[in-house]
Design a protein around this ligand. Sequence first.
Ligand SMILES: [Zn+2]
Length: 946
Amino acid sequence: MKTIRLTVVTIAVVALAIAITFAQSVSRGRAEVASEESLAPHLHEHQPRLAYDTGTAAVWQDLERLGTIASALHVTAHPDDEDGGMLTFESRGRGARMALLTLTRGEGGQNLMSADFFDALGILRTEEQLAADRYYGVEQMFTPAIDYGFSKTADEARQKWGEDRVVGAVVLAIREFRPLVVIARFQGTPRDGHGHHQMSGIAAREAFAAAGDPTKYPEQLRDGLRPWTPLKLYMDNVHSNETWNVVIHSGDYKPTLGDTYADISRRGWWNHRTQFGGGYYAHTGVYDSYYKRLAPDGEGADKEKSFFSGINVGITGMAQFWNSNAAAENSPGASRIHSPAGAAPAWLTAGLEAIARNVQQAQRQFSAAGGNGHPEALAPVLARGLGMTRALRRRVEDAANRPAGADEVARELDLKIRQYEDAIADALGVEMYAYVAPEQQPTGFFARFVWQDTPRVVIPNEKFNVKIELTSRSPLPVAVKSVGLRASDAAWQLPADQTGGRVQEDQAAGAGQRAQELAGDHAETWRFELQTPAAPVLTRPYWHPRDSVEHSWYDLDRPQYELRPLAPYPLSAVAELTVNGLPVKIRRRVLTTEHVKGVGQQFVPLMTAPAISVTLAPRAGIVPLATQTVALTATVHSNVEGGAKGSVALDLPAGWTSEPANAAFDVEKQGEDATLDFTIHAAARDGARYRIGAVADWNGQQFREGYREVGYMGITPYPLYRPAAYRTTGVQVQVAPGLRIGYIMGTGDSVPAAMRVLGVTPHPITPGELASADLSQYDEIMLGVRAYVARDDVKRYNGRLLDYVRNGGVLVVQYNTFEFDHDYGPYPYKMGSGQEVTDETAAVEILDPRNPVLSFPNRITEADFDGWVEQRGSRFFDSWAPEYEALLSSHDPGQAPQRGGLLFARYGRGIYVLQSYALYRQLPEGVPGSYRLLANLLSLPKSSAR
Ligand SMILES: [Zn+2]
């Protein structure tokens, strides 16, 4: 049975090695997907490349990678949890193949950069993580687990995610990446803090034990995926004064890279800007992280030189897979560390030894020639090594009586072939850019300095051009065998590959030549005419958007991409060079280009998108029964070249009408939006739920969903799709009339939009107004979410805000974090540890039902806390002066009652309120009670309290 399965795999692998290694279809099995295009884009596919990945620095790292089969998987819970210093040290400093498995995409985190939360934040943090990974030099994986918000215990995480599911996802990651070592970031105990952290530690241990056992998660073993037994397991979160086995000195300086590993990783980690707003440089000096070995032989205090001590991670170490893996499959956790290579055939051992000698020769020569700035001198040596590796790979394929482990040797040799190709291209200084080209190319001498922005997306049936620029910057001439395009979607009809130097155009250097060879500063360009298929696979998340933020596990629309950060982009360019008579392939994504003021030129991979996209904002809300009115805005985004005219109508519940019934749009330019306002006259009943949809009509086609690009300046944008729909509930809610509300915007703040649902239009207070305007014109001023971080002037003019209250104003301070723990109020308070009530169903006790916040104009009851999402609130206050009155109390299971979430004080002739309940999470989800509480907070100036 097993033999048959492995034979099938073997054929698939051979076919892949022969075929060009890019995805051609989305209907294939997972193992094929994983081996064709690695889980994360190849380091060299990111453009422009980091300085660490170019020139002699790149060649030195390529040679380190060639010389080892070391590999490790680092398991964490959220983007930003990783030990970036360790990853960078192992990948860039030791050449180990490293992957980072982040259980979630961090959907429940904060956002200091934009108004994206939940699913959108998950996409944004995926891109931030990928940006960080470029610095670490690692591949990236995510499980379908969702960060549903802070979790105090592993038990809560276990219950929400299902332990079996999490462990299964980590097992899958181990079976796909096939690491020699697993490195858990967390220990799986309360010491890790966050319940997700604990669960990631637990899952790493359990998966380490289960991945090699074919009876565990056997459903994963279809499509040719095989069990895999990693050899060692380590855990992080260990201090120097505790038992440890390995220490990583990431503060080491590497002159070839011009930096310490700690600093390189810091530059990567800064990309988690939604969480920290940017980073800090590492202090110079020692950066050590300590790791404890859990298997094999856990609890020993012996000091090891590295994670890979005791394992032959040299090239000859591949021989150990030949016979031993089959046995290891059936003895999970079994150590093969000290077992000899077994009876690997002599030809294999000899072949591996020859490759190892070739790499050593290249390394010696690099020290001499590379040090003189001429790494191209290595190309002939490396080409010889590439030839030997390809030959050995064929021999492994053709071997009689192949044992099960032969596939592992083949896989390792495939990695070496790719690494040789990278090393040769880097030694020669080969670079290739493929990008969507404008129809009219600039000409003349200055053309090389001119870039025209190109649309980021192509739509069905669109004709467009792709230009490929190829250069090999060393003096050594290199022949171009062919240049072409590959699609990740089988629906594309691609032009045939072109041979070397066939097309010449508008190059300042060598215009008009028909060159076959590249060298020096000479560049060649190729131009391809393409047409998007009528029904292309759209560039979008392969997971399904959640209907409710209470979902804790993504449903996958395209499960073949499970674990990948994103589904593949549609087009790549492939060039085949001939170096010393051997073919060497390089691959790059097809990009689009845009110049952004202040940031400069940005390259973003080309995406496929619909012609028309329609969205509704907001996404959820309420119908106040008093007005039976809903204001909605439909946004039509057109990707049609030359303009698009059409109309939008709403799908309404029976008996509801909209004004207008049908709105026309006329978008003149590609990439632009039209907004259409609708006023809906509802006939909602109290507590009843409704759905409103929007349908755009263009060119005889209907569109019912839309996307927006998530991201901020400098981070790669990615589309988030949503059905054009609005969820709403009829709610009995009153607001005092004639309110003049001033609002200071916070971070990612959608509270003002919710105010408008209640019929209140807040006035945004600018820094200039806060500094000098007469604030008494406002009945009330509300500070947005984390206003003390979002606006520096709020700290500076805090005194003016307090004066405003003393003179009779109402100030409502919404949720802040520790930046607010500095006595900004009229009376002392302490946030202290900043307690959170994470259970969104935790009972809420009303302490003073007569206080106007809880009684005017709406009587707030326990029912108003039904249907909340994610949490009750966080950063509640620990202690406060007696002038503050606590209005509500709530707590998680096992937690002392928390009364510091809503505090009310009179000050002078005014009112000062500290409000830390997570209204800002509830309002965009249309939670009825949150609107009633907001209405009361807004109505305070008209209450009897004043
Ligand atoms: Zn975390």
